[in-house]
Design a protein. Structure first.
Length: 191
């Protein structure tokens, strides 16, 4: 009898036990896959938000630098459905070759009526020789400063002493930026 029991115990798993084991293994693999997918999605979302935050801070810092250095004129365009522009003129800028030039930076917020999450801010640079009036870089295309912008508004406040920039990106809304003008410059707001 004991040899018969030994033989029966050495037969292996029954079909029912094998099916139950495979079902449990399948459920565990499904749970593991869902955790991995959720983690990947969270990483992607955090990465996009972090990238948008960094890009918007860089764009605001660049605008702030040109506004603070402005010694000419700041022209703020009217807000339209297509967007808004802000032009910053710097006079007598020391160039790398030792000459002095006038530079005009134009920041333009371009809205996208079809998809408000696909707006962008571009920057255009125009360099003029003050002695001849020749523009040295006309005909080039503006450079994208930041994409995925929902809204951007440039305004002038406190008797034209402060420029206010309100920027909102798809995944990030930076704090509103107030830039106090350092030099005496003319501020023109087109309404």
């Amino acid at each position: 009898m004991s040899t018969r029991m030994k033989r029966r115990n050495n037969q292996g798993f029954s079909l029912v036990e094998l099916v139950i084991s495979l079902a449990i293994l399948g459920v565990l693999c499904l749970i593991l896959f869902m955790f991995m997918q959720t983690g990947g999605n969270m990483f992607g979302k955090i990465s996009r938000i972090s990238s948008q935050e960094m890009n918007s801070q860089t764009a605001l810092a660049q605008m702030r630098e040109y506004i603070v250095d402005c010694n000419g004129k700041i022209t703020i365009g009217a807000v339209t459905t297509a967007g808004q522009t802000m032009a910053i003129e710097l006079k007598s800028v020391n160039m790398a070759d030792g000459t002095k030039k006038n530079i005009k930076y134009t920041f333009e917020y371009i809205a996208n009526a079809a998809d408000p999450d696909k707006g962008k801010i571009t920057i255009d640079e125009e360099i003029t020789d003050p002695s001849t009036g020749n523009v040295t870089n006309s005909g080039h295309t503006p450079v994208n400063l930041i994409d995925r912008v929902k809204s951007c508004v440039f305004t002038s406040e406190f008797s034209d002493k402060v420029i206010h920039i309100k920027l909102e990106c798809v995944n990030y809304k930076p704090p509103e930026t107030y830039i106090t003008l350092r030099n005496k410059c003319e501020v023109v707001v087109i309404t």
